[in-house]
Design a protein around this ligand. Structure first.
Ligand code: ADP
Ligand code: ASP
Ligand code: MG
Length: 461
């Protein structure tokens, strides 16, 4: 069995949905497939926006839901024959009516908890999958709609970005898909707790859904269909010369996606690594392109680095003080406070003088982290062990990644001298001992120059 996941851009409108259906039908001729879909492009954002409006008591929330309805109706109008439009339009209307009632409740309560937000967001995927299942049926192919928040993928109750309980999920998936008639059309991104509360797997999480299902079924392969020809050597919107990377190891793909290559969610590789199931990134707009194969054993690249990625809008906290030198437990104390506050550290660096520790966060979390450290390290500040807790914003994290970097001397030297020549200032550096990744911080204003300079030096012949 093959699992095929189509992202929001692939189901953005009627014409795109038609191409996706053609790809599915073609595949179904050669073997069994399971389909995972994202919400139509922009719909998850609209659901979030309408929930925020409802929470603030703004009547705009109704208009946003109306826009969601129109988007689906327009697709239906281009896809379905006249006599089959009404039924699917009624289904969509009923689902949106349910959401409006929930949003009305949010408005009355003036509160949208993370739990409610997950439920509201889940409608994006439910709507797109209902539509696709109905369309395949209208084309005379048997299709079964499967809601992944109903006894399917089971998670803990960390709403917004829940942790998957694999064993239980695998059993549910196997059971349900065995019974499914025809092509299963499964909602990406959404799951539920053991007691049936809807959860989500984090933004962009439909890729992860596909690989969880792939692993549960020991699928031959998981295909992630998107709007580019594969994983590119850098973000194509910034680096015009970026090219498709034909093959990537699981680890390289994880590193690239963790550091901002949004073409695939970083967790996607987790379920399939042990089972050595291949992931292939394909382009819905150009199905004949080979795409990128992400696998256990891949061809060695001819370049030292494989790709460059970048995380926007980060803040760097520098905890500095002479009194930190040689004191055991200081890093653990600092990291412990951050962990208690459930803030996510993107990058850590400590020079061997131990004079300072640098922590990098997404900008929204950086200010919270600074406040927490200021409060909880008061004792050390008063005792002058720590002189300064400084927050610097307007930064980006850059990462150069590549399996060939391991054991190759001189990369850091080349990298930083190339940046030096371009007068790009580097604020902090970290290299994992896997040697597959060197990450560093530069100013937001230097982002494009850094990406293009490094791409030219390391990846363009
Ligand atoms: P989907 O809707 O299919 O899930 P996404 O928008 O999540 O698609 O991801 C695809 C987009 O990721 C591409 O359109 C591209 O602009 C962006 N992107 C960023 N970095 C990379 C990269 N290194 N390789 C390919 N695409 C990238
Ligand atoms: N619809 C969700 C999002 O926009 C999940 C996904 O597209 O993968 O984040
Ligand atoms: Mg995506």
């Amino acid at each position: 069995m093959k699992i095929m996941k189509f992202g929001g851009s692939s189901v953005a409108n009627g014409a795109r949905i038609k191409s996706v259906a053609e790809i599915i039908i073609n595949e179904e001729k050669t073997g069994k497939t399971g389909i995972v879909l994202s919400a139509m492009k922009g719909v998850t954002d609209m659901m979030i926006e309408s929930a925020w409006n409802a929470e603030k008591g703004k009547p705009e929330y109704v208009k946003i839901i109306e826009t969601v309805r129109q988007k689906h109706f327009e697709a239906i109008d281009t896809l379905f024959p006249q006599d089959k439009k009404e039924e699917i339009k009624n289904t969509i209307t009923e689902m949106l009516h349910e959401i409006e009632e929930i949003l009305h409740g949010v408005k009355l309560l003036k509160e949208c908890s993370k739990r409610s937000m997950d439920f509201i967001m889940s409608f994006g995927e439910k709507l797109s999958c209902k539509l696709m299942a109905a369309y395949l049926t209208a084309l005379s192919y048997k299709a079964t709609y499967i809601d992944a928040s109903e006894n399917f993928i089971i998670t803990d109750n960390q709403h917004g970005s829940a942790t998957v309980h694999f064993q239980q999920s695998y059993e549910n998936i196997q059971k349900k898909l065995k019974k499914a008639d025809g092509i299963p059309v499964i909602t990406g991104f959404i799951a539920s707790t053991e007691i049936g509360l809807t959860t989500t797997l984090g933004r962009n999480g439909s890729d992860y859904t596909a690989s969880i299902i792939g692993a549960a079924l020991n699928a031959e392969c998981v295909e992630i269909w998107t709007d580019v020809d594969g994983v590119l050597s850098a973000d194509p919107r910034i680096v015009a010369n970026a090219f498709v990377i034909p093959e990537l190891s699981y680890q390289e793909a994880m590193e690239l996606s963790y550091f901002g290559a949004e073409v695939i969610h970083p967790y996607t590789m987790i379920p399939v690594v042990d089972k050595k199931i291949d992931i292939v990134i394909k382009n819905t707009l150009n199905p004949s392109a080979k795409g990128t194969l992400i696998a256990d054993k891949v061809k060695r690249h001819t370049t030292v680095i494989t790709g460059i990625a970048c995380i926007d809008d980060v803040g760097l906290i520098n905890v500095e003080g002479g009194g930190m030198i040689g004191i055991p437990g200081m890093a653990s104390h600092i990291l412990g406070e951050i962990a208690k506050a459930k803030l996510n550290i993107i990058m850590i660096s400590q020079a061997s003088s131990e004079h300072s520790i640098c922590l990098v966060f997404k900008v929204q979390e950086a200010e919270k982290a600074r406040k927490i450290l200021n409060q909880t390290l008061q004792f050390d500040i008063k005792n002058k062990k720590i002189q300064n807790i400084e927050l610097k914003g307007d930064l980006v994290v850059m990462a150069v990644i590549g399996e060939n970097m391991r054991g190759t001397p001189g990369i850091s030297g080349n990298l930083f001298s190339a940046l030096g020549k371009e007068k790009i200032n580097v604020f902090a550096i970290a290299q994992g001992s896997s040697e597959r990744n060197i990450s560093f911080i530069v100013g937001k204003k230097d982002k494009e120059k850094t990406l293009n300079t490094l791409h030219k030096v390391f990846l363009e012949k």
